[in-house]
Design a protein around this ligand. Structure first.
Ligand code: NG6
Ligand code: CA
Length: 494
């Protein structure tokens, strides 16, 4: 214990670091589970590049997405507001932008502090104002809420349109072959996975994904045209990485950057580049995790090459917990073997149980952080207030973002007192060690097979001794449960 102040004394102080205005890179995976990285001790998967961040920085063991699905969780990461205050839900590919153009965002905060900002990869926060015309510049999008540059997949890899949108324009679009998109009905004469199953040459659907087939993969939603602009699923990792490299290469040497890099792995459809196919015994889900880990290593190498690594804070996390069958017959469930993607926690994607929101969360800053494992309770929406504090930027009142810069930089193991967690519209409450989950009417399991939460009765779990949330101890801890319920109600009524 006595070594701590000594070691810290050799590191630059928080204030000095703030003056340097380090670059900030957030790498956010899609559906990567707490047990999907070897950093937390999983013996069945090896993620050396991600582990390098975890072992060389702050390895957060109690870091959360605010929600167990993508749109809501990304919404609060970027706005610092709980997603259920805005009733956000998983968006379709043509849904309007859910962040207001006047709204304060993490990207805008960095812009105010003089940063150049970028968003590359999965977006899923909507684009345009409804009735999007994909053949002209689409506004508003990332560029209207604080990003100087963006190259995004509008929604998810399994949703149309299967094109990249760079600074509001569909990349590679041939004006003679315009794009049409609908989530209501198919375009006349267009084949679907149902009418023409033979088109599904790469993977077939198990639930939900039976509309337009693109690149041999059935998707959600209908799309026609835009052939030259279609992305290649196998090349997506390399493509996005290329855009990340370009963004870093174009950075003026006298200006810091903030980059939001949304990995598409291991969300469905899981289509790795051939060099990763068969790289694990877990089938495509394992293989795309290898691909994602490789991408992380490549970005770190890029920063090293440019001499920027010591001046860049790298955050690695995931937008929500893991899932096996999320709509495709890709053998994820069959081949998972002994691998526990939940890391011993219960639930998963869509779930209010722990594995829904407790995600991989690492903060790496070469030469500035004393490697530490920390069970401080922190949430992705806290990055906003924390970086604002670091950069001495004002934030609007009433946000759900708390400043925990000390916890993120490993100076303290103290984090939040509590936080609201959300899964498909249901709310629970977490303190550092306890979870309060509500009773609700509904199915015990999601269509994916993941357990949803508690069905019968209000429950309290003590996570350090009951990782798998088996023992409801509410009878013994009525006062604590009441306090947590009141804290949840206070938040809800704010
Ligand atoms: C669901 C999809 C699922 C996935 C999810 C979004 C079906 C049956 N399921 O509606 O495959 O796309 O939406 O995932 O269509 S998320 O990680 O972006 O939240
Ligand atoms: Ca996700």
């Amino acid at each position: 214990m006595n070594r701590l102040p000594l070691l810290l004394a050799t590191l630059p102080s928080l204030a000095a670091s703030a003056q340097q205005r380090p670059n900030v890179l957030i790498i956010i995976a899609d559906d990567l589970g707490y047990g999907d990285v070897s950093a937390y001790g999983s013996p069945t998967i090896q993620t050396p590049n991600i582990d390098r961040l975890a072992h060389g920085g702050v390895c957060l063991t109690n870091g959360h997405a605010s929600s167990a699905t993508s749109t809501p969780s990304r919404y609060s990461l970027l706005t610092g507001i709980y997603p259920w205050r805005r009733k956000t839900n998983i968006l379709q590919g043509d849904a309007p932008l859910i962040i207001g153009q006047q709204q304060f965002t993490l990207a805008r905060m960095f812009q105010q502090a003089g940063y150049r900002t970028g968003a590359i990869g999965k977006w899923h926060l909507g684009i345009g104002q409804g009735h999007v015309d994909w053949n002209h510049t689409i506004k508003p999008g990332p560029n209207e809420i604080g990003f100087d540059y963006s190259c995004i997949l509008p929604a998810t890899v399994d949703r149309v349109p299967c094109v990249y949108v760079e600074d509001g324009n569909v990349l590679g679009l041939d004006p003679a072959d315009p794009i049409e998109v609908s989530y209501q009905k198919n375009f006349e004469g267009q084949p679907t996975a149902l009418t023409n199953p033979e088109l599904m040459t790469k993977v077939t659907w198990s639930h939900g994904h039976n509309n337009t087939v693109i690149n041999g993969i059935p998707r959600i939603g209908f799309m026609r045209g835009g052939k030259a602009a279609l992305w290649s699923d196998e090349d997506m990792a390399d493509f996005l990485l290329g855009k990340v490299r370009d963004f870093i290469d174009r950075q003026p040497s006298d200006q810091p950057f903030f980059l939001y890099y949304g990995l598409h792995e291991p969300h469905v459809p899981r289509i790795p580049h051939p060099r990763f196919q068969g790289s694990t015994t877990m089938g495509p889900r394992g293989d795309v995790i290898m691909e994602a880990d490789w991408c992380v290593g490549q970005v770190i190498s890029k920063l090293e090459e440019k001499g920027l690594l010591e001046n860049t804070i790298v955050i690695f996390t995931s937008d929500n917990g893991p899932v096996l069958d999320d709509g495709y017959n890709d053998q994820a469930a069959e081949l998972i073997g002994q691998h526990d993607m939940n890391g011993g926690y219960r639930g998963g994607k869509y779930s209010l149980f722990e594995a829904g929101t407790r995600v991989p969360f690492f903060v790496y800053w070469k030469g500035h952080i004393r490697p530490i494992t920390s069970d401080a309770l922190v949430a992705q929406q806290d990055l906003l207030a924390s970086f604002a504090h670091m950069l001495r930027q004002p934030v609007p009142e009433g946000l759900d973002s708390e400043n925990h810069l000390g916890a993120f930089l490993g100076k303290t193991r103290k984090g939040r007192q509590g936080m609201v967690i959300e899964a498909v519209g249901r709310l629970g409450y977490r303190t550092r060690d306890y979870a309060l989950l509500p009773a609700y009417k509904g199915a015990k399991r999601n269509i994916t097979g993941n357990e949803m939460g508690i069905v019968d009765t209000l429950s309290l779990f003590h996570l350090p001794t009951d990782r798998h949330q088996e023992q409801n101890i509410i009878g013994k801890h009525k006062r604590l449960a009441r306090q947590m319920q009141q804290a949840l109600d206070r938040e809800r009524n704010k």
